[in-house]
Each structure stands twice: as structure tokens, then as C-alpha cells.
Write a protein that binds this ligand. Structure first.
Ligand code: HXC
Length: 260
């Protein structure tokens, strides 16, 4: 997973955690096509790597990402957007099975907020600011924001943010359920790496089943979701890790998961 071939991101591993850092500081990590291509490729490689059990995606202190790259989009026509199916490929991130942790400091705006929402856990620094300012550019969120923000925080706040462009800070994001933890900015990366490390200590296939089950709750109705959850739960009993995890509990010892 060395950095070769990446111009816009840094890629490294910390133990069993993959770490991807957006690295376009001059433009506050604006997400142009090549940045997202590199990000999707790096995360996809971690997904397939049995030595990696979770991935942290982060930016800089000032900006997680200030949105899709406005300069790249500004002159595009409808036909350009439609023909390229702009943003389609970014959705590939949501099809990965490995748990993704967004570590957000500073601005997470537009596509940056949407990128955070494509991750499974969002951990915010107290400096984080979330917003969907597209309306002020004469567009609307186009990477899932109208759907994922509404599911995450409810219609009232989603409408407020998407129609006015108002940003919310980390505390409001926590209250609204957009993030699961807020920490001091200087603690952010450690907190995210520890959370990802905790996940990476579990059985990877079972963590992937659990992610799929929760994602199903988010993406479908409850009745269908509960059926899918039950099937995923059943399938955990096909793993050695289920046998080991339950045996370890009964025997009062730490589990030694084989598929980490
Ligand atoms: C391209 C960007 C950018 C972006 C910042 N920059 N955001 N370039 N795309 N999304 C560039 C600036 O042009 C500037 O470059 C440099 O980064 C520093 O930004 P400043 O504005 O000088 O910094 P500051 O004054 O601190 O303001 C920070 C900011 C502001 C409030 C975050 O940059 C801002 O409002 N950015 C745009 C936020 C936004 O609208 N995001 C949504 C994008 S649309 P130069 O060369 O001047 O130094 C989107 C669409 C999603 O995401 C899908 C629907 C189509």
C-alpha cells in the first residue's frame, strides 16, 4: 500500500489499520476526480487485504474536504455530467465491505460531508464543521447528501442545511446523530486509529457481516432489513471465529480470531 502512484492522498498502514490521508492542502482537499479515483482504489485494496481490518480516512486540521472540486465542475454542461455519470464511481466506496472510519477535522462541506457520510463511523474533532453549501453554488448535493443526511439527522435539520447551506459544528453534529464521537482536535487521529484498531481486532468476516446488516437498516425498510440481518446472523455461524468467540467467552479467556 505504499504511496507510489498517489498524487492526492497518502496511504499507509498502522498495524492492522489502513490510513488514507487526503493531501491537497492548498485547496482544502477539494475532491477532484483523480483524488477520488485514488481514494477508491486505495480503500478497495485495503478491503481485499486480509492484513487490514478497518480503514481510517482523514484530511488536514483545517479541512477534511471542502467539497467536490468546484473548478473542475464549473464549466461542465448537463451532457458532460450525464455522459460521464459524474460521481458514479465514488459510490463504489459504499460497496466496500471493510469498515471505514472518517476522522473529520475542520471543514467537511458538500462532497466532503458526503464522503464522511459514506463511511461507517464518523469521529469529529471539536473543530469540525459539516455543511451542504451546494445551494449557494446553484446546485444540490450530488454524492448522496440528500439521502444520507436526511436518514442520519432527520428531515428537519437536513432541509435546514440543504436549503440554507447552514453549517453545523461538531456538537450539533453529535446531538443530531451525524457523528458518534467528538474529541479535541489534537486527539482526533489517535481516537480514530484506536477505534479502527478495536474493530480490526475482531473477526474481519464477522465485522463485514455486521457492517452489511447495519447498512441495510440505513438503506431499506425495517421488515426487509430484519430478514437480511437474520440471514447475516445465521451466516456468522459458518465461521470458525463464531466458534472461537463464543468458546472463549465460556472459557473466560480472550478470543483468538483466525480471520483477522
Ligand atoms: C475547489 C476549493 C474548494 C472547492 C476551497 N477551495 N474549496 N477549490 N473546490 N470545493 C480552494 C479555494 O478556491 C482557495 O484556492 C483555497 O482552496 C483556499 O480556500 P479559501 O476559500 O481561500 O479558504 P477560506 O477563506 O478559509 O474558506 C474556507 C471555505 C471556502 C469556507 C471552506 O473555501 C469555501 O466556501 N469553499 C467551498 C465550499 C463549497 O461550496 N463546497 C461544496 C462544493 S460543491 P485559491 O486558489 O483561491 O487559493 C460539492 C458538490 C457535491 O461538493 C455534489 C453536487 C454537485
Amino acid at each position: 500500500h505504499e504511496n507510489i502512484g498517489h498524487e492526492n492522498i497518502r496511504v499507509e498502514t498502522r498495524g492492522r489499520v489502513g490510513l488514507i490521508t487526503l493531501n491537497r492542502p492548498k485547496v482544502l482537499n477539494a475532491l477532484n476526480k483523480s483524488t477520488m479515483d485514488e481514494l477508491v482504489a486505495a480503500a478497495t485494496a485495503f478491503d481485499a487485504d486480509p492484513g487490514v481490518g478497518a480503514v481510517v480516512i482523514t484530511g488536514s486540521a483545517k479541512a477534511f474536504a471542502a467539497g467536490a472540486d468546484i473548478k473542475e465542475m464549473a464549466s461542465q454542461s448537463y451532457m458532460d455530467m450525464y455522459a460521464a455519470d459524474w460521481f458514479r464511481h465514488w459510490e463504489d466506496l459504499t460497496r466496500l465491505r471493510i469498515p471505514l472510519v472518517a476522522a473529520v477535522s475542520g471543514y467537511a462541506l458538500g462532497g466532503g460531508c458526503e464522503l464522511a457520510m459514506m463511511c461507517d463511523l464518523v469521529i469529529a474533532a471539536d473543530s469540525a464543521r459539516f455543511g451542504q453549501p451546494e445551494i449557494s453554488l446553484g446546485v444540490l448535493p450530488g454524492m448522496g447528501g440528500t439521502q444520507r443526511l436526511t436518514r442520519a439527522v432527520g428531515k428537519a435539520l437536513a432541509m435546514d442545511m440543504i436549503l440554507t447551506g447552514r453549517q453545523i459544528d461538531a456538537e450539533e453534529a453529535l446531538r443530531a446523530g451525524l457523528v458518534s464521537r467528538v474529541v479535541a482536535a489534537e486527539r482526533l487521529l489517535d481516537e480514530a486509529l484506536e477505534a479502527a484498531g478495536t474493530i480490526a481486532e475482531k473477526s474481519k468476516p464477522v465485522a463485514m457481516l455486521a457492517k452489511e446488516a447495519v447498512s441495510t437498516a440505513f438503506e431499506t425498510g425495517v421488515t426487509h432489513g430484519v430478514q437480511i440481518e437474520r440471514r447475516l446472523f445465521h451466516s456468522a455461524f459458518a465461521t470458525e471465529d463464531q466458534k472461537e468467540g463464543m468458546a472463549a467467552f465460556v472459557e473466560k479467556r480472550k478470543p483468538e480470531f483466525r480471520h483477522r
